[in-house]
Design a protein around this ligand. Structure first.
Ligand SMILES: Nc1ncnc2c1ncn2[C@@H]1O[C@H](COP(=O)(O)OP(=O)(O)O)[C@@H](O)[C@H]1O
Ligand SMILES: [Mg+2]
Length: 389
């Protein structure tokens, strides 16, 4: 269907990979984008989905699509002012060609999340330096760039517990934990744990595993492993979603959720088969009531402080998914920030099998709010730009 004879207003341009033939967005964000339209429509906010290539052209009107509840409709839109970037390239999450197009877009449009900030959090090396300079507790990076056989072997000899990960994240892929003890180097791999006797053998195994994810050691960085409590034999992290609805009000925590890895796997990413639980359900496994209240408060404070510091550096931010590890001493550390946070963890809690009705309802409303907030903030930005005071 198409609506090419009318021109719709566009408060918020959602940037996404695009199937040009079928004229609809592509990839794992598509169902989320449909929900954005549902919410936006209810608030009389007009959105369109566009490919970066289309917006790169200099025009007064652009062809994009919207979702009317039953299907994607091609339409003509007036020139947007605000871009909500939801572009994920399928394999790597990072596509240099598209990033160049975004640079070009940033000169003509305002991004809901500053592009410079988005870039900083995508590059784990730059991000780690940034955390250090802003004094935000985060894992210690041992070596960020120029990893080679020589320095990897030295690190394996010197540091007993490390995480090797690609400098540009791949949603949990290519993350390797190497732990040394009396009988060698232990490397969890799938459901197994490899045990290598020498640093050379460990290095060989690391390269082999990386090759399986199409990676080389030179693409990776090394951090000290943050030691965290295990839940049975699962590893966990906490996702806190901080969002704005208005540039003048304080940003708020929309919701939080814990993600648990598969048995013995080093990564709790949901793309890698992780599970979800509420933060409280996880902490109940190893904390007293008093400790739970304290750790919850510490985590929330760390997330809000980090968001504030990021805004001081980059300007107003619409939303950030802040990933936090809680170490064995119950100290929270920021491990990663996501400028295009997903909502799937909240969604899973909302439809969680075996969860109480209360908990499911709570997460349903967190998910709804998480979808509504960027629409409302996008419209707020639009109004600012459209009628500057
Ligand atoms: N230094 C570290 N110490 C302990 N665990 C880590 C460390 N770095 C990463 N991890 C684990 O691996 C997961 C994925 O790492 P992350 O940096 O978020 O990469 P990705 O961008 O692929 O998600 C984290 O959620 C965390 O559980
Ligand atoms: Mg992550």
């Amino acid at each position: 269907m198409s609506n090419l004879y009318n021109t719709l207003p566009c408060h918020l341009a959602i940037l996404a990979p695009f199937d040009k033939k079928k004229m609809k967005p592509l990839g794992k964000q598509t169902s989320l984008i449909k929900l954005f339209f549902q919410t936006a429509l209810a608030h009389q906010i007009f959105c369109g989905v566009f490919s970066p290539k289309i917006l790169s052209k200099n025009k007064s009107e652009y062809i994009g699509v919207f979702h009317d509840g039953s299907g994607w409709i091609e339409s003509r839109f007036s020139r947007p002012k605000i871009i909500y970037d939801r572009y994920y390239s399928a394999m790597t999450g990072f596509d240099p060609g598209v990033e160049r197009q975004k640079d070009n877009l940033a000169e003509k449009f305002m991004f809901l999340n500053p592009l410079k900030m988005a870039r900083k959090v995508t590059d784990k090396h730059a991000f780690s330096e940034l955390m250090k300079s802003m004094k935000i507790p985060s894992p210690v990076t041992v070596q960020a760039a120029g990893l080679s056989r020589g320095n990897m072997i030295r690190i394996l000899k010197e540091i007993p517990d490390i995480i090797i990960k690609p400098r540009f994240g791949r949603m949990g892929r290519g993350i390797i934990r190497v732990k040394r003890n009396g009988n060698g180097y232990h490397i969890p791999f799938g459901k197994m744990c490899l045990i290598l006797k020498s640093p050379d053998a460990a290095y060989g195994a690391i390269c082999e595993i990386l090759r399986g994810s199409n990676l080389e050691i030179s693409h990776c960085m090394v951090q000290k492993t943050v030691k965290i409590p295990f839940i049975q034999d699962r590893y966990f992290d906490i996702r806190i979603l901080v969002q704005r609805t208005d540039g003048e009000l304080k940003p708020k925590i929309t919701g939080s959720v814990a993600r648990l890895s598969q048995s013995r796997s080093a990564v709790p990413n949901l793309d890698q088969g992780g599970l979800v639980m509420s933060m409280e359900q996880v902490f109940e496994k190893f904390c007293s009531g008093f400790q739970i209240r304290k750790i919850r408060q510490d985590i929330q404070q760390l997330a809000l402080n980090s968001f504030d510091k990021m805004e001081m550096r980059f300007g107003k931010i619409g939303e950030l998914g802040i990933d936090i590890l809680v170490d064995n001493n119950l100290c929270p550390r920021v491990i990663e920030m996501n400028s295009k946070p997903g909502r799937i963890a909240f969604q899973r809690m909302a439809s969680g099998f075996g969860l109480s009705a209360d908990l499911r309802l709570k997460f349903q409303s967190v998910r709804d709010e998480s979808i509504r907030n960027p629409m409302i903030y996008g419209k707020w930005l639009y109004d600012q730009v459209a009628s500057p005071t």
